[in-house]
Design a protein around this ligand. Structure first.
Ligand SMILES: NC(=O)C1=CN([C@@H]2O[C@H](COP(=O)(O)OP(=O)(O)OC[C@H]3O[C@@H](n4cnc5c(N)ncnc54)[C@H](O)[C@@H]3O)[C@@H](O)[C@H]2O)[C@H](O)CC1
Ligand SMILES: [K+]
Length: 463
């Protein structure tokens, strides 16, 4: 599956310029965008009356194209504008609209509201009167559409530059923008669809796509499928969840190394109680270990630091999560072996990397470069970033994942997929997708343990 591209406003303009350089007429792009959006509105709303709000730029131009096409389809359409159209394409689209243009200030509501006020050119929050009018007209409509973006959101980082309403449908033009996927703007999108307008776009930053997984081949055995080591510490419950998730990730075998006696979890998991960090280090030198996870249940007392040190020195592909990340704060740039996978949530990320500039995507990419490792920057919008500039952003993840232990399950899944694939970025993407799919399959109000039961079916759905 070719993943959907995510482009900043500037990257989008660069892609448009490349299309223009290749001979595409700028106005042609506006007609393609408007036609694609009009079709989506027509299929959903048919002949219910429409009010299109048109802004001063090309987003507003899209609005005039949409209005003209819907009117040609017999839809009762009105257009209200903020003022003049300032771009050549928008002026051309406006000239082809043969109906009246009302003023936004006093336009009457309609059953369907189309927001074509601002898109990727928004540079500051909307004037209060405009934001208020937009909110009122959306509230009156029983169906609302944002063209490219809800007016008021920051294209590149998902911040709200001014209060913006929540839409029923957002039609992304050409590519998704970071605002479509990043909080808090992502919550305003409603049903998010992408209208392809036929221009080439880079996909190094993209929406996380369902992975293509493979069943073991006939000669597979537990070691060839990947042996995962899970190093716990003083709190066995978290390590148990992580080990169980690794065991159900598609890997061949899981060994748990705990400091204290731990309850026998899954019989398929081999438990070793090792208190002495030197002995632990020797055990982790096992060449058959395809990945080692440390963090869930590690604890933060002195013994934990020594156990972490043994893991960092073992030379195996590593996944660093939870307490391991807390213990690494201040040393992350020097102590993390290249090629690792780190799985910080927001608080851990800030403790590790401080206040990096830019969007969540920018920050994840910067952290990946600093550590020369893959970053799984978790949240309602998770970003998986690689040192080479690739990034995948999650979409539509269940909010029920905000419950204890789901991070331990994810960490185990990441270690398991790393053992299977040997490719940190691919493993992180597969694990995050499987984690989200298991959550959807577990239904509402699940606990972390329920995700484990849903993992085999989640994997089966991608074979
Ligand atoms: N993706 C594509 O290939 C295509 C996208 N199209 C549409 O074009 C807009 C981007 O158009 P642009 O003219 O750059 O920006 P906007 O239409 O968003 O408006 C910018 C316009 O508004 C002024 N402005 C900015 N902030 C404010 C504010 N807070 N209050 C008042 N005025 C403001 C700014 O000065 C500019 O004049 C994209 O989103 C798509 O909808 C193409 O039509 C088709 C190809
Ligand atoms: K808009």
């Amino acid at each position: 599956m070719v993943p959907d591209p995510i482009l900043t406003a500037e990257a989008m303009r660069a892609a448009e310029r490349a299309a223009f350089d290749a001979g595409v007429d700028p106005y042609e792009l506006m007609e393609r965008a408007g036609a694609a959006a009009a079709q989506i509105i027509w299929r959903a709303g048919h002949r219910r009356d429409v009010l299109v709000l048109s802004g001063p730029g090309n987003n507003g131009g899209d609005g005039f194209v949409i209005a003209r096409i819907l009117r040609e389809l017999g839809v009762p359409v009105r257009v209200a504008s903020l003022g003049d159209s300032r771009t050549a394409s928008a002026q051309r689209a406006r000239a082809l609209w043969d109906g009246p243009v009302e003023s936004l200030a006093d336009a009457a509501p309609a059953a369907q509201l189309v927001d074509a006020l601002f898109g990727t050119g928004l540079t500051r929050g909307l004037d209060a009167a405009v934001a208020e009018r937009l909110g009122a007209l959306v509230a009156h409509a029983n169906h609302s559409y944002a063209i490219d973006l809800p007016s008021g959101v920051g294209t590149d980082d998902g911040v709200l530059l001014s209060v913006a309403p929540r839409f029923d449908v957002t039609i992304a033009l050409g590519a998704f923008k970071p605002a479509h996927l990043l909080q808090p703007a992502a919550d305003l999108m409603g049903r998010l669809v992408r209208a392809d307008i036929g221009i080439a776009m880079p996909r190094d930053v993209h929406v996380l796509a369902p992975p293509q997984l493979r069943a073991p081949d006939a000669v597979a055995h537990k070691y060839s499928r990947g042996l995962v080591g899970v190093v716990g510490g003083s709190m066995p419950g978290a390590a148990a969840l992580a080990a169980a998730a690794a065991a159900r990730s598609g890997a061949g075998m899981v060994r748990r190394y705990d400091a204290s006696p731990c309850e026998a979890g899954l019989h398929a998991i081999v438990h070793q109680q090792i208190e002495d960090p030197t002995v632990l280090g020797d055990a982790l030198f096992a060449p058959r270990l395809a990945s080692v996870l440390v963090g869930p249940g590690l604890g933060r007392e002195e013994g934990a630091q020594a156990r972490l040190g043994a893991v960092l020195a073992c030379g195996r592909p590593l996944v660093l999560d939870a307490d391991a990340l807390t213990l690494l704060a201040g040393n992350v740039a020097t102590h993390v072996p290249a090629g690792s996978i780190l799985t910080p949530h927001e608080g851990e990320f800030v403790r590790l990397f401080g206040d990096l500039p830019g969007s969540k995507i920018d920050r994840a990419l910067a952290a990946a470069r600093i550590t020369n490792s893959v970053m799984v920057y978790k949240g309602a919008d998770s970003v998986i970033a690689a040192p080479d500039g690739r990034a995948a952003v999650t979409r539509g993840v269940s909010t029920w994942l905000s419950t204890a232990g789901t991070g331990d399950v994810l960490a185990g899944l990441v270690a398991g997929r790393l053992a299977v694939t040997g490719d940190p970025f691919r493993a992180a993407c597969e694990a995050v997708w499987l984690h989200g799919e298991a959550a959807h399959r577990a239904g509402p109000a699940f606990v972390a343990d329920d995700l484990l039961a849903a993992l085999p079916a989640a994997i089966g759905s991608r074979l």
